[in-house]
Ligand binder design. Structure first.
Ligand SMILES: NC(=O)c1ccc[n+]([C@@H]2O[C@H](COP(=O)([O-])OP(=O)(O)OC[C@H]3O[C@@H](n4cnc5c(N)ncnc54)[C@H](OP(=O)(O)O)[C@@H]3O)[C@@H](O)[C@H]2O)c1
Length: 298
């Protein structure tokens, strides 16, 4: 198959590397930065400079491909705020929608969206649960999904994978949360976060393309974990002071979605036969901390 990966950052590069090692497909990858062309060259048959928000560039990159995987995200020097999201996701998906009529050979679009589109949905959240995005970022991601879903046609499938928070090599969890040690946090930390390891994202994306998957899929591991437990474990593993939680679930930090007891379901993923290499977060090691007589409880 001839495949393009649009956006070759943490996930896109890992997917390219996976496919390139297998040598089963012809692969094109993209970057917005000329200084990355040499770095990406070993991962693909072709590397192109592309700002996906530019319809002409996008058409040229996609016109000889049968499948496109969109793994783009605002990052680097781009601002990670609603404006940055709009510039990256909305403008790019508008460009995708605009060029589709000129790309009859493009049979599948796969997009890495986010579980944040579910927003204020409560209880067990399946793919059939109506999205209720709360934050401006999430509303933009939902809009981007809608634009992509509008590209469906009898000859073109659209797969949207809604990812949990990604972790993996180079994006380990503990360092992210250790900086909170000893701080006071609003709320009770009871809201659940769903995670997914980068290796499982790669497997699911490759599967979606190779099976010609059409539809929505929650891509999260089997065991969501509360913010509180995750932060506590991270601090304990580093022998740091615990976080002090102030308030209750009904008083989230300013701007944050209320803790709704939302739990993202990955039932469909299992029904489809996708096996997770990392079904839950590895328990953080609880070391013998200096000055403590016994090993802290895990
Ligand atoms: N990180 C998470 O926890 C998380 C959670 C849920 C969903 N997701 C989704 O998962 C996907 C992959 O995330 P990631 O962590 O791999 O992102 P990443 O490491 O930040 O990589 C994103 C890539 O997108 C490219 N890009 C940015 N703007 C672009 C544009 N206008 N046109 C073309 N390419 C553009 C960048 O290319 P260059 O820098 O090479 O120019 C960058 O390499 C994203 O769609 C993200 O929204 C991530």
């Amino acid at each position: 198959m001839r495949i393009a990966i649009v956006g070759c950052g943490y996930v896109g590069s890992a997917l390219a590397s996976h496919w390139h090692q297998q040598a089963r497909h012809w692969l094109r990858v993209t970057t917005t930065r000329s200084e990355r062309l040499a770095e990406l060259a070993p991962l693909a048959d072709d590397v192109r400079l592309l700002d996906a928000a530019d319809p002409d560039q996008l058409r040229q990159v996609l016109e000889t491909t049968e499948a496109a995987v969109f793994c783009l995200a605002p990052g680097g020097s781009r601002q990670v705020n609603a404006d940055g999201y709009e510039a990256t996701y909305l403008r790019s998906m508008e460009a995708v929608a605009a060029v589709m009529p000129q790309l009859p050979g493009l049979q599948q679009l796969v997009y890495t969206s986010s579980c944040s589109v579910y927003g204020e949905a409560t209880g067990l959240v399946e793919e059939t649960t109506p999205p209720q995005p709360f934050e401006p970022h999430a509303r933009i991601l939902r809009h981007a999904e809608e634009l992509l879903l509008g590209c469906r046609a009898p000859h073109r499938r659209v797969a949207i994978l809604r990812l949990g928070a990604i972790y993996g090599p180079g994006r380990e969890l503990e360092p992210r949360f250790r900086s909170l040690a000893g701080s006071r946090r609003q709320g009770d930390g009871s809201s659940l976060i769903s995670w997914i390891h980068r290796d499982d994202v790669v497997t699911a994306l490759a599967w979606a393309v190779e099976q010609g998957f059409d539809g929505l899929l929650n891509l999260v591991d089997d065991e969501p974990i509360s913010v509180r437990e995750l932060v506590d474990r991270s601090c304990r593993a580093a022998c740091l002071e615990p976080v002090i939680w102030e308030g209750d679930a009904a008083s989230p930090a300013e701007g944050a979605a209320p803790a709704t007891g939302r739990r993202i379901s990955n039932r469909r993923l299992h029904q489809l036969g996708l096996e997770l290499q990392h079904p839950k977060l590895a328990i953080l090691a609880a070391p013998r901390c200096p000055g403590s007589e016994s090993q802290p409880p895990s």
